[in-house]
Design a protein around this ligand. Structure first.
Ligand code: PDD
Length: 287
């Protein structure tokens, strides 16, 4: 079955779906994006994802390409046309197409919108979670507005590639003070020996992950304590558990950091239970 993508008002065969060479997303990474999980025919945490999209757009003074409700209709249509029951829906909004000039284009330039959807294999994801994943650490080298979900992801791309070359799943950025900020495409967590969940505050230095926010809800429901604070790589080595969160990995246990095993090198029980309980707590919008 051919994949279908939405590009600026049209549903196109994925292989023919293109944007203009002077799209500012292409030339300047002048755009933002969201990735929502689709699970069992539902869009997971759509309200939170669209609220964050709104924030990202506002921070960069990019307008909505469509009314929010029309965007939801497009997301559903792309999911339907690609017959995605489990997978993800991706949306990208850029400042639009204009002759190349660093300053903003003339008022009235229409933001560009691309929406795609892709299937994933929940059985393979579950198998991955059963084994857990390895992460490496890299020096933080990003700008200080990583709270905005922009498509300017070059440091993240390079970090992820370094992880792949070392046989790891993710790279954790470490700031000048020795504290973990977040992963190349995930938020980073540990569980202390006392069973307290620790993750960095989201005011700055990290993206406020939607999965992170919903894991807070899951933890509260299950009576788990949370501390929002930085943690060092050394603390993570000796933690009871470590894990990462994102829309594409939900809660994924981390079993090794660089050459150090976390605890006994097996996925931790708290990460496993947060993963199991996640879908019950998350918002589910029919796709
Ligand atoms: N990445 N931190 C970064 C840098 C991210 O890129 C992401 C998401 C997260 C987790 O956010 P959320 O829980 O809302 O997915 C944290 C997406 C999945 C991506 O780029 O593909």
């Amino acid at each position: 079955m051919p994949r279908i993508a939405y590009v600026n008002g049209r549903y196109l065969a994925h292989r023919d779906a293109t944007v203009h060479i002077e799209d500012r997303g292409y030339q300047f990474a002048d755009g933002v994006y969201e990735v929502c999980e689709v699970a069992q025919g539902f869009i997971v945490d759509m309200t939170r994802h669209l609220d964050r999209l709104n924030r990202s757009l506002n921070e960069l003074a990019i307008g909505w390409p469509l009314h929010r409700s029309a965007l939801v209709t497009v997301m559903r249509e792309v999911i339907r046309r690609n017959r995605v029951a489990n997978g993800l829906v991706y949306l990208q909004v850029t400042r639009g197409v204009a002759p190349r000039d660093h300053a903003f284009p003339p008022a009235g330039t229409r933001p560009s919108l691309v929406v795609t959807a892709k299937k994933s294999d929940p059985v393979a994801a579950a198998a991955k979670a059963e084994g857990g994943v390895k992460v490496i650490t890299v020096a933080e080298n990003r700008w200080d507005r990583v709270d905005i979900k922009t498509v300017g992801l070059l440091p993240n791309v390079l970090a992820k590639q370094q992880a792949r070359e070392k046989g790891a799943h993710e790279a954790w950025f470490v700031d000048a003070g020795g504290n973990v900020t977040e992963g190349a495409s995930t938020n980073a967590w540990i569980v202390t020996r006392d069973g307290v969940l620790v993750t960095r505050p989201a005011e700055h230095g990290i993206l406020r992950g939607i999965t992170r926010t919903t894991v807070f809800d899951v933890a509260r429901k299950h009576g788990l304590a949370i501390e929002e604070r930085g943690f060092s790589v050394e603390e993570a080595w000796t933690a009871r558990e470590a894990f990462i969160t994102s829309a594409t990995s939900i809660v994924m246990p981390v079993v090794a950091i660089d050459e150090h095993s976390v605890a006994n090198g097996q996925p931790g029980s708290i990460a496993i239970s947060l993963r199991a309980a996640f879908f019950d707590v998350a918002e589910k919008s029919p796709a």
